[in-house]
Design a protein around this ligand. Sequence first.
Ligand SMILES: [Zn+2]
Length: 181
Amino acid sequence: MDWGSVAPNDGHRALVELEKRGKLDLLVTQNVDGLHQKAGNSAQRVVEIHGTLQEFMCMSCEDRGPVEVVLERVRAGEGDPPCLECGGILKAAVVSFGQNLFPGDMERSIAAASTCDLILAVGTTLGVFPAANVVPAAKQSGAQVVIVNGSPTEMDDLADAILRGSISEILPSVVGTSTPN
Ligand SMILES: [Zn+2]
């Protein structure tokens, strides 16, 4: 796998602009590519609900760290580097299908959803649970729901506005960061 070749796009950059303006409380992402932080969103405002490929974790003691540290050990000749803390098996710090989410992530996401004025659901069909629960949580608390996606979603009925099309075009145009062609 090539870990470093994917770059943030204009959609990511529009969300960075929202944070700069103080309009972004929390960014809950199902992506594991670390691109929101790479684009410039601060780590403390990003919840990676399905984990991240940018970090490793030990399956036994749950030690975590930058994946680069493990890749460096592989490059140095270790075939399958064990955990330095306990000798356990290391894997990417992502949530596998059927595995529990990381503790606290969902609670934090629901808390933010329950206090926001507006929730922007971007690039998801809102069919993966529990992550998708943030949208009804926000709606119930009186937030406006804006859905941006290329295709219909499971929660279009809840939406106050639906913007259908390319995220990397729509988000910059909504936020006002579009560059004239
Ligand atoms: Zn360990």
